[in-house]
Ligand binder design. Structure first.
Ligand code: NDP
Length: 450
């Protein structure tokens, strides 16, 4: 099989895009048997076409900070694949943002969106702008400058961005306000909008809640459940907050929470009051997680980003939910999790395990859910927000939650079925990659060489 040849071509074409190569390699290894059996995919170069974005837009974003100094950032939108519907995927504001990071995220999004069963193509965008330490006025001016270019490339039937790291409720508000003004039209070209001005109930909760619904399904299959389990959660942003909220509701004990500086180990467990404090601290005060330790008398450990392991993953617990960022769980961390008897790892973040960590986990008995399946709740409710915007009417939180649960259950079952069918029994990562790939590939075949 010429998988090695495709990977080599990918490396030659994108030498600086390490994360994109990592994400693509994992998928290619799993879809090899599909390519063997369906020569039409090879004849029509479906894989090569899927790995090349339909369009990449890169642009200058100039704005003025509070001191009147001119700042220059770079903005991007990667329009990856439109075989299943309008491009759909979040915007990330972080100094780490480069074209390769967005291509990896957009590629993952292609398969993730297919798994939801909704009519969604895939894209991803963002900027190397860091909202940390900026005033609200600076964030607003940046968002307006960013949208001054992006608005030409998006639209409710063309490309519908949402939030991601560094882009929360505040940023979505400013971005939507700028879009509406420039376009002179009130249309759902962005999701994650506030409830009351075009947003859907449950969009804020969707990724974290969906992650736990997915874990529930996996545990149910293994004759177990969430109640009474001890849990490790990383991150303190949107995904982590609602992952923790659902775990508390279901009777689990959450021991950890973290940010990019360090992590909290709270042996008593994070309860509703402490979670309310985390939300206030991170969403309003925009403070550091260290402050939690001072307030609730918990342990705080600073993390060395260059180290080969992170002690958060060496705490004994039953379930682990990495919800911060890509490659946050390294080889040694995976070994520690395994040696400490972790039962399940479900990814809230996109690709939080390095390739080496994934290999260790896949060879073990740990139940493992890849992000493209287990964090798909966010984009699913974004898809539901788009539907409500098209219809011009809105559903209750209970109705949206019910739809979210049903989509997550169907993704879970799809992954298991495809894994079984293609010779990877119980391997959710293989099942997700194969099932998502086949759906997009068949649509591309049907639509011809475009
Ligand atoms: P947020 O910006 O809301 O939160 C990110 C959190 O992760 C922050 O607490 C941040 O810390 C922390 N973090 C960032 N970098 C690191 C690092 N290197 N080490 C440890 N912690 C770090 O983002 P989201 O919660 O929205 O996104 C988190 C992950 O989930 C991303 O991988 C994203 O792509 C993925 N995702 C998000 C979806 C959504 O709906 N929001 C949907 C699907 C996936 P600090 O406060 O210091 O910045």
């Amino acid at each position: 099989m010429d998988i090695e040849k495709i990977i080599q071509q990918l490396k030659d074409k994108n030498p600086q895009e390490q994360e994109f190569i990592q994400a693509a390699t994992e998928v290619l290894e799993h879809i090899a048997p599909v390519l063997e059996k369906k020569p039409e995919y090879r004849e029509q170069k479906i894989v090569e076409r899927m790995l090349e974005p339909e369009r990449v837009i890169s642009f200058r974003v100039s704005w003025q900070d509070d001191n009147g100094e001119v700042q220059v950032n770079r903005g991007y939108r990667v329009q990856m694949n439109s075989a299943l519907g309008p491009y759909k995927g979040g915007l990330r504001f972080s100094p780490s943002v480069k074209q390769g990071e967005l291509k990896f995220l957009a590629f993952e999004q292609t398969l993730k969106n297919a798994l939801t069963g909704l009519p969604l193509g895939a894209g991803k965008g963002g900027s190397d702008f860091d909202p940390k330490g900026k005033s609200d006025a600076e964030v607003m001016r940046f968002c307006q400058a960013f949208m001054a270019e992006l608005y030409r490339h998006i639209g409710s039937r063309l490309d519908v961005p949402a939030g991601d790291m560094g882009v929360g409720a505040r940023e979505i508000g400013y971005l939507f306000g700028a879009y509406k003004k420039l376009q002179n039209s009130y249309e759902g070209a962005i999701t994650g909008k506030g409830v009351g001005w075009g947003g859907s109930q449950m969009r804020t909760e969707a990724t974290g809640y969906g992650l736990i619904y997915f874990a529930q399904q996996m545990l149910k299959k293994a004759d177990s459940n969430i109640e009474g389990k001890t849990c490790l959660v990383s991150g303190a942003g949107n995904v982590a907050q609602y992952c923790i909220e659902k775990l508390i509701q279901l009777g689990a004990k959450v021991l950890t929470v973290s940010d990019s500086s360090g992590f909290i180990y709270d042996k008593e467990g994070i309860d509703e009051e402490k979670l309310a404090y985390i939300k206030e601290l991170k969403n309003k005060k925009r403070g550091r997680i260290k402050e939690y330790a001072e307030k609730f008398d918990a342990e705080y450990t600073e993390v060395d980003k260059e180290a080969k392991e992170n002690p958060i993953w060496n705490i004994k617990a039953d379930l682990a939910f990495p919800c911060a960022t890509q490659n946050e769980v390294q080889e040694k961390d995976a070994e520690n999790l395994k040696n400490n008897g972790i039962i399940l790892i479900a990814e809230g973040a996109n690709m939080p395990l390095t390739a080496e960590a994934t290999e260790i986990v896949e060879k073990s008995d740990i139940l493992y859910a890849p992000g493209k399946a287990s964090n798909a709740g966010g984009v699913a409710v974004s898809g539901i927000e788009m539907m409500q915007n098209y219809l011009g009417s809105y559903w209750t939180a209970e109705e949206v939650d019910q739809r979210l649960k049903s989509i997550i259950c169907s993704i879970h079952d799809r992954c298991l079925k495809a894994a079984e069918e293609w010779g990877f029994p119980k391997n959710y990562a293989a099942g997700a990659n194969i099932s998502g790939f086949i759906q997009v590939a068949d649509a591309m075949l049907a639509q011809g060489i475009v």
